[in-house]
Ligand binder design. Structure first.
Ligand SMILES: Nc1ncnc2c1ncn2[C@@H]1O[C@H](COP(=O)(O)OP(=O)(O)O)[C@@H](O)[C@H]1O
Ligand SMILES: [Mg+2]
Length: 310
């Protein structure tokens, strides 16, 4: 397996605090990795280290085979970067801004590339207007155009849809899917759970430390594999008592005529649970594995990271 991004014990300490601690992760070529975490979790700091903007305090990383500290110029040829608060020359036009940045790259057909990406971003008709009159969404699209102008194979995007209206957010998410289909590797920082779930192949959840790194469905089954949902015609105290007394039942929650039961082992205990329910005259309408949203996973993992029980 070859990884296009590999970090080993990447750490960033600021004078006041540790922002990222011993982060080891890897990203496959063509993969979209969602770096997810609450505000202040160290997402932007991680992205800035991996893209060669700031140096780690300790640890190391290679991106496209380049060392993030010692081969920054080569690194910048192959990555596209969308920062948290992209800056432009406000008194220059959209075209002029892109031209300025595109000229840093050797052997680039600047006019062709600018036209291509202004069109993709829906900004072609506004190309001669000053950036100062652009809305937040337009500026974000221009920033994306800038990050793509040299056709980088690896993209580092920091909260690309933060603060945008639903339509602009949707357009940007569609663009991310398109870029992924083109085979590009995308490192996406986000605190938006739905965005991470719908776009990411795998999710790295961080909160200074790495908390989890896996696909959404694996994260779900790891955390919630022991929960069973039983819908009954009606729930009475006798039924509730019976369930609570079963040795393999860890926890029971009642919601109207539904019982949410945490078992020691889903596969082994479910048949015995159903038998006990039937014997206590429970009329079962349905039994299912608990379904959980990305928010459930996120909250459970963040809670357990803060030392609380799930
Ligand atoms: N340049 C800096 N100097 C000092 N502290 C910083 C600096 N940049 C980030 N931090 C701190 O590091 C932590 C992580 O920040 P950041 O990486 O921006 O988090 P996120 O992007 O996940 O919200 C925060 O506590 C933040 O205040
Ligand atoms: Mg950030």
């Amino acid at each position: 397996m070859s990884f296009i991004i590999e970090s080993s014990k990447l750490t960033k300490k600021f004078p006041e605090r540790v922002a990222v601690r011993s982060l080891s992760l890897n990203v496959k070529k063509g993969e979209l990795l969602g770096l997810l975490g609450p505000n202040g979790a160290g997402k932007t700091t991680t992205l800035r280290m991996l893209s060669g903007i700031i140096s780690p305090t300790s640890g190391s990383a290679q991106v496209a085979g380049y060392d993030i500290e010692n081969e920054v110029e080569d690194l910048h040829e192959v990555i596209g970067l969308l920062t948290e608060t992209p800056g432009f020359y406000e008194s220059l036009s959209a075209w002029e801004n892109l031209e300025f940045f595109a000229n840093f790259y050797a052997d680039l057909d600047v006019d062709y590339q600018i036209e291509k990406y202004l069109k993709i971003m829906g900004l072609w008709n506004r190309r001669d207007e000053k950036v100062s009159v652009f809305s937040k969404g337009m500026k974000q699209k221009l920033a994306l155009a800038r990050s793509l102008i040299h056709e980088p194979e690896i993209l580092f995007f920091d909260e690309p849809t933060a603060g945008l209206d639903p339509r602009a957010s949707r357009e940007i998410r569609d663009l991310l899917m398109k870029l992924k289909k083109e085979g590009r590797t995308i490192f996406l920082c986000t605190h938006n759970l739905e965005e991470a779930e719908t776009l990411a192949d795998r999710i790295a959840l961080i909160n200074t430390d790495l908390i989890a790194l896996d696909t959404t469905s694996n994260l779900k089954s790891q955390i919630f594999k022991k929960m069973v949902i039983v819908d009954l015609e009606s729930v009475n105290n006798h039924i509730l008592d019976t369930v609570e007394k079963l040795k393999f039942v860890v926890n029971v929650k009642q919601k109207d005529n539904q019982l949410q039961i945490e078992l020691i082992d889903f596969d082994q205990n479910t048949p015995d649970l159903i038998k006990a329910l039937v014997e206590s005259d429970g009329r079962i309408k349905g039994v299912s594995k608990a379904k959980h949203s990305m928010e459930d996973i996120y909250l459970a993992l963040i809670k357990s990271d803060e030392g609380e029980e799930i």
